[in-house]
Design a protein around this ligand. Sequence first.
Ligand code: EPU
Length: 337
Amino acid sequence: MQLNHNISLQKYNTFGIEAFAENFAIIETSDDITTLSELTRQYEQWHVLGGGSNILLTDNLNGLTIYNQLKGITIIEENDTTVLVKAFAGEKWNDLVQFCLQHNFAGVENLSLIPGSVGAAPIQNIGAYGVELKNVLETVEAYRLDEHKTEIFSNKDCNFGYRDSVFKQSFKNRIIIVAIKLRLSKIPKLVIGYGTLQQQLEKTGISKPTIQQVAEAVNIIRTSKLPDPAKIGNAGSFFKNPTISKFRLHVLSEQYADIPGFTLNEMNFKISAAWLIEQSGWKGKREGNVGCNPLQPLVIVNYGGATGKEVYDFSEKIVQSVKQKFGIELEREVNIW
Ligand code: EPU
């Protein structure tokens, strides 16, 4: 295992924020986990870093920062209709999607091009265009840093919610995701009802798309709206879409007839945070090195040289504006470190 000190984290977070890790351990093999197990006893604080695509660094990281580089994607079992694929946490999520597309395994095509690592995927139950990781995830293998042992979490154990899981809550910074297993299908059941995806497929005149064509359509939508972190620092959606009651939506829609929302259950609606931010006048706004993305206002961008605190303060202004105008408190989706 490699252990380094005072390492710049700028290239390890997609926001491109400069901050330093006091102690930086890179784990690449299962032996490294055993070594790490000993090492973690020396530190009170740990942070586990995957692709760094859903964090905002507001300070240097004290204690131990663990960079997960466990690699490998394999087919574990296969029958006529389904297949079980195991992927280690240090793989890039999109490489796993590519693997599935190449083998004609259906289930993750809508999740094409999501930045970040495989290990980060269950933490926030990544989702896009009507599909969430929880729809295909069978198990998560995780190493308990506090108890120094490996544990298998079933899909149910993960307690998945909208951009949420047990790993983001009670196990926060107490585990390392080692690998995940996905149950994928050889007989595709496409999910193509999401507005923009349906429109994109119609535009290309494809009525019965393959999973590869669905992924291609998703890629076109994503690249047209979401800034490429390799060019402009960002962490995808900065906020969650808020949930409000039916009553509240009714009151709001008397004033704003076009408020976009969809039914979650009998009592609750999810409404578009992008719309709330746009209505509050933030879409495309820039202050210094930080801005609200002009095409998808849910994304906050670092135009270069911003500090984590600047990004955070900017996000707080958006939170306050939306609260003042709509009485709704936006919740950050990105993890603040
Ligand atoms: N909208 C606006 N103004 C805009 C953009 C969008 O009012 O400038 C409204 C429109 O009504 C639009 C609606 O927002 O129909 C939804 O927009 P979009 O389809 O872009 O989805 P989203 O709800 O804003 C979520 C995820 C994205 C994911 C897309 C597609 C969250 C926090 N974000 O965004 O995920 O790609 O759906 O499924 O749930 C991420 O998590 O990092 C992420 C990018």
